[in-house]
Design a protein around this ligand. Structure first.
Ligand code: TLP
Length: 347
């Protein structure tokens, strides 16, 4: 089986650029972006800032770098940040905040809906006391990946924003999939990020651009981010070839995310009758998680192999847990085929 024939549900990061993106990339006008004279990068940054209602934006190589830059700007060495114990920044970014910023994470429990309880955030803020680290920043994630791709509401985000302001803290949103959240909630993305001092979102996930994320904030924040990006080796040159795909992602790929969400729901429906797995709640965006019950004698690696033999790529999220992610390269028929394959493997 050639690679292109597999149904790939391991992540929405596997999305390949669309034909329109490839064309835009081939024709992109470019310049040296370290001199800030790549017109395509400049256009992408301006468009992203306008769409999210922030003063300025910076094109960065990855979501991880975007989050790291934000943390390094908001915090000094020894400062503390409050974030979810299931958050991507805490769990999946190689401890970059500590390794590179001397930043001390103060994780609190992510509730099932991806939020951090306001009372718990409040309780986690360090008092003015020479024994304690200084709390600087709150981070939330929207949609929340490990909590099932759940979107966090505008009202909740506003409450966190107010709490941050009252306590002279900054708020950063890891919005890797912020457009999935906006679509799932049927709100303008601006409302979801308005309370945040900074926000990162990815072009390279459900929006299908091959590479890149955007970091947004006010002008002085982005100026500092540009310097730090250079320090970390992320100052790219004729990177308009990538930004061109990002522009197509913003103009053409947001409107269709609802299809991915509908397909995740359909997958949920089709998998519901399978007794041997325990599904999480019905998906609100493009991710579906389930656990294997004790009845299943195969381990996750065996299931992954069996599924691969049936043309479906899946990845374990834990020792007895899977995450399936829908995206623009997964069709209605692929959803049906996946459900059939899984039923067969578990039989
Ligand atoms: N998430 C990836 C893996 O790293 C788990 C995935 O397959 O979902 N924030 C969130 C919420 C993310 O889900 C991810 C990537 C990132 C940040 C990092 O983005 P990249 O991979 O561009 O560094």
């Amino acid at each position: 089986m050639s690679e292109a024939e597999y149904i790939d549900l391991r992540s929405d990061t596997v999305t390949k650029p669309t034909p329109e993106m490839r064309l835009a990339m081939a024709e992109a006008e470019v310049g040296d972006d370290v001199f800030m004279d790549d017109p395509t990068v400049n256009a992408l940054q301006a468009r992203a800032a306008e769409m999210l209602g922030k003063e300025d934006a910076l094109f960065v190589p990855s979501g991880t770098m975007g989050n790291l830059l934000a943390l390094l700007i908001h915090c000094q060495r020894g400062d503390e940040i409050i974030l979810g114990d299931q958050s991507h920044i805490y769990v999946n970014e190689a401890g970059g905040m500590a390794a590179l910023g001397g930043i001390y994470p103060h994780p609190i429990k992510n509730q099932n809906d991806g939020t951090l309880a306001l009372a718990e955030i409040r309780a986690a803020i360090q008092p003015e006391d020479a024994h304690r680290a200084m709390t600087r920043l709150i981070c939330i994630e929207n949609t929340h990946n490990a909590c099932g791709g759940v979107p966090l509401s505008v009202a909740y985000t506003q409450q966190v924003g107010e709490l941050a302001k009252e306590n002279n803290l900054r708020l950063h949103i890891d919005g890797a999939r912020i457009f999935n959240a906006a679509v799932a909630l049927n709100v303008n993305v601006r409302e979801l990020v308005a309370p945040a001092d900074s926000v990162m979102f990815c072009l390279s996930k459900g929006l299908a651009a091959p590479v890149g994320s955007m970091l947004l904030g006010d002008r002085s924040f982005i100026a500092r981010a540009r310097r730090l990006r250079k320090m970390l080796g992320g100052g790219m040159r004729q990177v308009g070839v990538l930004a061109a795909a990002g522009l197509v992602a913003l103009e053409k790929m947001i409107g269709r995310l609802a299809q991915d969400h509908a397909r995740a729901k359909r997958m949920f429906e089709l998998l519901s009758p399978i007794q041997k797995i325990k599904l999480d709640a019905e998906p609100a965006s493009n991710m579906l998680y389930f656990d294997l019950t004790d009845e299943v004698k195969l381990d996750v690696n065996q299931i992954t192999n069996e599924m691969k033999q049936r043309g479906v790529l899946v990845e374990a999220a834990d020792v007895r847990r899977f995450r399936l992610v829908t995206h623009c390269w997964v069709s209605d028929a692929d959803v049906e085929r996946t459900a059939q394959a899984l039923a067969e493997v578990l039989r």
